[in-house]
Design a protein around this ligand. Sequence first.
Ligand SMILES: Cc1cc2nc3c(=O)[nH]c(=O)nc-3n(C[C@H](O)[C@H](O)[C@H](O)COP(=O)(O)O)c2cc1C
Length: 457
Amino acid sequence: MGDATKKLAIGMFQTGGVRPTWRMPGREHERNSTDLGYWIDLARACEDAGADFLFLADSYGYPTLHDEVIPTAVERNVQFSTVDPQMLVSAIAAATERLGIVTTVSTQVEPPPVVTRQYRSLDHFTGGRIGWNIVTGSAQAASALLFGEPLLAHDERYEKAAEHVDLSLRFWEGCWEDDALVRDAATGVWADPARVHEIVHDGTHFRSRGVLVTPPGPQVTPTLFQAGASTAGRDLAARYAEAVFLAAEAPALARQIADIRSRAVGYGRSPDAVKCLVAGTFRVADSRAQAEDEHAAAIARISLAHAATLYAYFTGIDLLSLDLDRPIPADAAGGDNGRTNIERFLGDDAPTVREVLEEFRANGVMGRPFLGTPAEVVDQAEALADETDADGFLVQPDPDGGHDRFIRLVMPELRRRGRLKDELPGTTLREHLFGDGRRRLPDDHPGATHRRTRATA
Ligand SMILES: Cc1cc2nc3c(=O)[nH]c(=O)nc-3n(C[C@H](O)[C@H](O)[C@H](O)COP(=O)(O)O)c2cc1C
């Protein structure tokens, strides 16, 4: 059970593409994910609302079956309006002052020298407001084809991810000592060579020798997030993440959170080292009945083929080729894509394929929405957080109101009940989540072991 007085962290979710509201009358401007103004407006709205961060999801993958793109994905925009979120961060940072900005980069695609230089640069440009969402990636079959690389088996991708993160931490924490940057105009000394260290790594998936040439930013290491709740994913989160995105119904969610906390302790970290943030859709209306009606109308707009395409995106499995009246077979061919949404529907009370399709049609990957008046959805969200010991929410844009209704109606209600921080503490994203002064990784984080002081250098 959680603590009913715990302040909840609030992140706002957005894919790198258009919002689900793009078809609604009066929201034509939301079709323009290729327009920088679209992103700046969204970021400013999130900042004004007092959210801890805006999260921009991303993947090189897209829905395929048997190595071919699924036409419905193109037609119905399942990943077909995305821009590269990394390219947006500086513009968003320049247009905001406090908002944290979290982006996804897969450990399958960009190697540690690329990831560490990008995030270190962004740590500077955002004034320490950047976070990295570590994933092994959705739709890895498509991504592997795109890059002309073999598709690694699922758990091997996670082994590669752990090696990637560990090497990245060595670059961030182990290259530059704290006082290595001298910048003395009188003597012309830029940095002390004795305090900038080469990293040498010869591992299973990566080989590297060299230095990260960009000096440390305010956080030194970006705030580390993780998404992907398969067993291997939860283990990665427990080992390295400072916040994790989860999407499941209450009993499974509580189990996932307890599992991540106990694994974190197993890695020598504190049980609350990882902020567990629940992906949730808030469908707010003047009455519960109206919210239910709007939800039903939104479901009616989604075809079963669209729902099956979404499922294929996350798992590689073609639900429409299976027996609709039986559960998903444990050995269903998924081409070794993501496992969270396969594991979610296994077990003794496994739903039939038809029920999984209906679930994806109604709720997608995020689970049932909170429905009702502002007071009702906050009652539901508080109950879920308290029951599962979650630390906050990653708010999905609802298909009719986008983020607007949440910002206008739900944030004030959460605030009135004392569930939000009065002010975001500190200036960096890590401080927003963990408190003023916590700019750097804590000492019990594995990244801290890579720090070099002059004495040990
Ligand atoms: C709220 C939320 C956000 C996510 N964001 C991303 C993302 O931006 N990119 C991505 O590739 N995977 C993302 N994922 C994770 C994928 O759904 C997928 O589970 C993962 O990449 C594969 O790992 P798995 O095998 O552990 O499921 C997200 C998951 C959740 C719950």
